[in-house]
Design a protein around this ligand. Structure first.
Ligand code: GBH
Length: 476
C-alpha cells in the first residue's frame, strides 16, 4: 500500500535539485537589544513574568548567531549545501517597524551574512517575516489591524532595495497559520491573545501584506534583480481515519482546505476555500453575529492576491487522522466540523505534535500537485526533534530524514511533483518558541550553557552531507 515504507526507492533527484538548511532570526540571533535593534513581540513575550515559555528561557542570546554568523557559514559549507534559508529580524532594520526608523547596523549585519554566504558559493534564501513583529506595531494592534499592510510593504521595499542585488529567493511569510492560530487562536505564541475573531483578521491582513509585497517585487525589482518571490505555508497531511468512509474522506479534505487552503487558495485562486466561507458564515450567523468571523476580499484584493507567487514554499513535519464531528465551539478548529488526532502506532519525537509518518509527506505533495496545478514547490522546512539525551547520536533524526526525503523522491520521480529544493530544519539546535531549549531540531548540537555556544556536528549532519553530495540514494 501507499502507506508501506518498506519499498525504499533507490535513485537520484533531478540534476538541478538543490539542498539547504533553514533557521529563523529570533531562534538563532540573540543580541536582542544590541546595535540599535528595536524590541519585537518575542522579546516582549519571553520577558513576561511569569514566563510563558516551558523552561522560562528567552532568545536573548540563543545561538548568538549575530556574533557567530561566520561560524554558521562554515557549518553550511562543511555540509555541502546549495543554499541557506534565514529570516530578517524586522526590528533590526526598522526598529519601530515603520519608515520613520532605520538602523544601518542591522543592514550591515545581513549584508555581511549574505556576502559571506556568496563568497562560499551558498545562495541566500530570505524570509521577510518569521514571527518577530516589531513591538511598536503590536502596540497599535499588530496583524489584526489593517494599517500593518502598508508597513509590511514598506519593510519589504527596504529589504529588496538593500539586499535584492544578491538575494534571488524571497519568502514573504513563514507559516502565517502559526502567527495567527498560535499567536491569536490558542495564544501559546506571541502576542498571546486568545480570540476566535482575531485569528481570521490576522490571516486576512497577512494575506494582503503578502500580496502587496509580491506585487511590489514584481513591479519594481523583478526585471532588474531576476529573483523569485513566494510564500511558505505549513501543513500536515490529513488522512481520513477510515478511508473507505466517504464522510471521513470529505472531513479530511475539509481539514486540508482549512489548514493549507486558508492561505494557499487566496494566493492561487484569489479567495478562501468555499468550504471555509460556507461553514464560518453559517456558524457566525447561528452565533448571532451580524458579520461573519471570516472577512471578505473585495475585487481589488482578490485580484492582487490571485497568482501572487513564483513558487510555493511548504513546511511539513507530520500527519493527522481526521474524523467528522459536528462542533459549536467558535474558532478555527470548531469551524471545520472535524476532530483530528495522531495514531499511537506512529513513532514519536521530543515534540508532542511531531509523529513520524513519512508516507504522509508523499500524499501531501500529491495533494498540492493536484489541488493547485503542480506549482513549482520548494520544501522550505522538514525536520525532527529530540532532546539533550540523544546528544550527537541522533539516529531518530537520520531515520526521519532518510524516510521523508525518500518519499519526496517518490513524489518527484514516480508521481511527477514539481519540487526543486529541500530545506532541512534546522542547521543547529535553537530556541524552539514556547518550548524554549527543551526540544532540539539541529544537525549541529549547540551547548546553550556555554557562553561561547559551541556547535558540534551530529551523526545526522554526516548523513545529510552524504545525501546532498549523492543527490539521492545510490542503488545498492
Ligand atoms: C516550524 O513550525 C517553524 O517554522 C520553526 O520556526 C520551528 O522551529 C519548527 O517548525 C519546529 O517546530 O506545542 O502542541 O502547541 C512548525 C509548526 C507550530 C508545529 C507550533 C507545532 C506547536 C504545537 N509548528 N506547533 S504545540
Amino acid at each position: 500500500s501507499a502507506q508501506n515504507d518498506s519499498d525504499f526507492l533507490y535513485g537520484y533527484f533531478p540534476d538541478d535539485f538543490e539542498w539547504g538548511f533553514a533557521t529563523a532570526s529570533y531562534q538563532i540571533e540573540g543580541a536582542w537589544n544590541e546595535d540599535g535593534k528595536g524590541e519585537n513581540i518575542w522579546d516582549e513575550f519571553t520577558h513576561r513574568v511569569p514566563s510563558p515559555i516551558k523552561d522560562n528561557s528567552t532568545g536573548n542570546v540563543a545561538c548568538d548567531s549575530y556574533h557567530k554568523y561566520l561560524e554558521d557559514v562554515e557549518l553550511l559549507k562543511n555540509t555541502g549545501v546549495n543554499f541557506y534559508r534565514f529570516s530578517i529580524s524586522w526590528s533590526r532594520i526598522q526598529p519601530d517597524g515603520t519608515n520613520r526608523t532605520f538602523n544601518q547596523a542591522g543592514i550591515d549585519y545581513y549584508n555581511n551574512l549574505i556576502n559571506a554566504l556568496i563568497a562560499n558559493g551558498i545562495e541566500p534564501m530570505v524570509t521577510l517575516y518569521h514571527w518577530d513583529l516589531p513591538q511598536a506595531l503590536q502596540e497599535v494592534g499588530g496583524w489584526p489591524n489593517e494599517t500593518i499592510v502598508q508597513h509590511f510593504e514598506n519593510y519589504a521595499r527596504v529589504a529588496y532595495s538593500y539586499f535584492g542585488d544578491r538575494v534571488k529567493q524571497w519568502i514573504t511569510f513563514n507559516e502565517a497559520y502559526v502567527t495567527c492560530q498560535q499567536g491569536y487562536g490558542d495564544a501559546s505564541h506571541a502576542p498571546g491573545i486568545a480570540s476566535p475573531i482575531e485569528s481570521y483578521a490576522c490571516a486576512h491582513n497577512i494575506l494582503k501584506s503578502h500580496a502587496l509585497a509580491y506585487r511590489l517585487y514584481e513591479r519594481e525589482f523583478k526585471e532588474r534583480q531576476q529573483g523569485m518571490c513566494g510564500i511558505t505555508i505549513d501543513s500536515e497531511w490529513f488522512e481520513p481515519e477510515d478511508p473507505s468512509n466517504p464522510d471521513h474522506v470529505e472531513a479530511a479534505e475539509r481539514a486540508q482546505r482549512f489548514k493549507h487552503g486558508w492561505y494557499a487558495f487566496p494566493v492561487f485562486f484569489g479567495d478562501y476555500p468555499s468550504v471555509m466561507r460556507e461553514l464560518i458564515d453559517l456558524k457566525s450567523a447561528s452565533e448571532g453575529l451580524l458579520e461573519s468571523r471570516l472577512p471578505t476580499f473585495d475585487a481589488y484584493w482578490s485580484q492582487q492576491l490571485n497568482g501572487s507567487w513564483d513558487f510555493l514554499g511548504l513546511n511539513h513535519y507530520s500527519t493527522e487522522l481526521v474524523v467528522p464531528e459536528n462542533r459549536t465551539d467558535p474558532g478555527f478548529f470548531g469551524d471545520q466540523n472535524t476532530r483530528t488526532y495522531q495514531s499511537v502506532d506512529w513513532p514519536g519525537s521530543a515534540s508532542s505534535w511531531l509523529k513520524v509518518v513519512p508516507w504522509g509527506f508523499r500524499k501531501l505533495l500529491n495533494w498540492i500537485k493536484n489541488t493547485y496545478g503542480n506549482p513549482l514547490l520548494l520544501v522550505t522546512e522538514n525536520g525532527f526533534s529530540d532532546t539533550d539525551a540523544e546528544g550527537v547520536n541522533d539516529q531518530g533524526r537520520i531515520n526521519y530524514y532518510r524516510d521523508y526525503t525518500n518519499n519526496m523522491l517518490k513524489a518527484i520521480n514516480l508521481d511527477g511533483c514539481n519540487i526543486k529544493k529541500y530545506t532541512a530544519w534546522s542547521l543547529m539546535d535553537n530556541f524552539e518558541w514556547a518550548n524554549g531549549y527543551t526540544e532540539r531540531f539541529g544537525v549541529h548540537f549547540v551547548n546553550f550553557t556555554d557562553p561561547a555556544r559551541p556547535r558540534t556536528p551530529k551523526n545526522s549532519q554526516r548523513f545529510l552531507k552524504q545525501l546532498f553530495a549523492d543527490n539521492g540514494f545510490p542503488p545498492q
